[in-house]
Design a binder for this molecule. Structure first.
Ligand code: EPU
Length: 421
């Protein structure tokens, strides 16, 4: 197992090129199952989760291969309808093969993904969407077993306790494109990753409108064809580096970052001393001198502040001047990073789904443990401004979602390196 070491005290300055979005790419790769023709997906990041999705496609019998930033799924049929526990248990996004398998082949067997370290992650909305389209679904020996002779268009409301769901919208949308008749998905997720999936489906011949809004309209077609698509830039990766610029008092140009995908973060960074401006196909982040003022953050579905940047924003709050109140509305238990940040000298307490972050002048480097992908990124950001060296163990979490993190950070002046544990 590897650990990451971060020597604090460097100011980030220079250009970071933003990779393709992990959370757009994973359902798009699953969507290639909707056709037996060849598909090419470009701008694919080199990440563990992408490798897992390619492995799932291969395990289903498709000839899928990733070379550099391109995944090619060759023409051909599947040989299996089962996505096994071994693969699904390592990555929740694997559940997005359920909708395509069911729509194209009339049956699917996908391991139940279960909970994870960011709290319970139910799948009731996925099942609601597919059942509304006419699927029969049962849970058997830890697997979701789904079948349908022919899916039928319908009207389905996909709102849960915490609002819309990104992957449940993706699953329902992928099933609806081959269903008979018209489907209306209400309270659909509006995240850019859902829109990117819809754009890919449209290029395959799907008839979709309203993507990117809470009401998606799908008119089912008999068949989809192969297509080529380029994945959008990763707004969470971009956001993480934006916070990196502000926390270190630096100046970073984020090549390829899409301004409208990060409106909530840009607004918040403005409140705490950052200045974000658009230029030359990217975003420039600069910072006012002095300690940054604290700001309050509440995570919400898009275009609200993303839960996937909550932990990183907490690292910024930990060294800001004043008290930041950070409320998590998507995953109320996504706070494991608090104890690790406190090990580094932060002053954070949790009150239900709200963290009260009292800014301190300095953090100090410590041995800390990464618990999930975004918590790991938060610890790296904290390490950038801590006195001395921060040792982050279980760095495999970072490899699931940040392409070339050490190289990208080193190129803008950070001292970050990897060692064997
Ligand atoms: N929810 C339900 N029922 C469901 C599905 C979700 O109640 O059937 C709840 C969840 O428990 C949560 C809320 O709805 O409270 C939103 O969850 P959502 O379904 O939108 O999450 P997801 O689709 O499983 C994706 C991202 C996550 C990101 C969330 C929220 C992918 C592969 N994952 O997950 O990304 O946090 O949307 O934006 O797209 C990450 O990249 O680190 C990550 C966790």
């Amino acid at each position: 197992m590897d650990k990451l070491l971060v020597e604090g005290g460097r100011v980030l300055s220079g250009t970071v090129s933003i990779s393709g979005a992990k959370n757009a790419c994973l359902p798009i790769l699953a969507a290639t199952l909707l056709t037996e023709e060849e598909c090419t997906v470009n701008n694919v990041p080199d990440l563990k989760d992408v490798a897992t999705m390619v492995e799932i496609l291969s395990s289903l019998g498709r000839d899928a291969e990733k070379v550099d930033g391109v995944v090619k799924v060759a023409s051909g049929s599947i040989s299996d309808i089962t996505a096994s526990y071994d693969l699904v248990s390592t990555m929740r996004a694997s559940i997005t093969v359920l909708g395509p398998l069911l729509a194209k082949y009339g049956e699917a067997k996908v391991s139940f993904p279960g909970g994870c370290v960011i709290g319970p992650r139910p799948i009731d909305l996925h099942l609601k969407g597919l059942r509304a389209l006419g699927a029969e679904i049962r849970i058997e020996k830890g697997y979701i077993v789904a079948s349908a002779r022919k899916l039928k268009g319908t009207r389905v409301y996909l709102g849960g306790h915490f609002g819309s769901s990104v992957l449940a919208t993706a699953n329902t949308l992928m099933a609806a494109v081959l269903a008979e008749g018209e489907t209306l998905i209400e309270n659909a997720a509006c995240e850019p990753e859902v829109k990117d999936l819809a754009d890919f489906l449209i290029s395959m011949g799907a008839d979709i409108s309203g993507e990117g809004t809470p009401t998606i309209n799908v008119r089912g077609v008999n068949e989809l064809k192969g297509a080529t698509h380029s994945v959008i830039a990763d707004r969470i990766e971009a956001g993480t580096y934006m916070i990196g610029a502000v926390i270190t008092g630096g100046n970073i140009f984020l090549e390829g970052a899409v301004p409208e995908h990060n409106v909530a973060l840009i607004d918040k960074l403005g409140e705490c001393g950052g200045m974000v401006s658009e230029r030359d196909g990217g975003l420039e982040v600069t910072v006012h001198r002095g300690r940054r003022p604290a700001t309050d953050v509440t995570t919400l579905t898009y275009p609200g502040f993303p839960t996937d940047l909550q932990a990183q924003m907490m690292s910024l709050g930990a060294v800001s001047e004043g008290i930041s109140v950070i409320t998590e509305k998507i995953y109320p238990e996504r706070f494991i990073h608090i104890s690790e940040l406190n090990r580094m000298g932060a002053d954070i307490i949790l009150e239900g789904p709200t963290a009260i972050v009292k800014g301190v002048k300095k953090l100090s480097g410590a041995r800390v443990m990464a618990s999930d992908l975004r918590a790991s990124a938060a610890l790296v950001l904290a390490g950038l401004v801590a006195d001395g060296c921060t040792e982050i163990s279980r760095v495999y979490h970072l490899d699931r979602g940040y392409e070339n993190l050490e190289q990208k950070l080193s190129a803008v002046g950070a001292k970050v390196w990897r060692e064997k544990e």
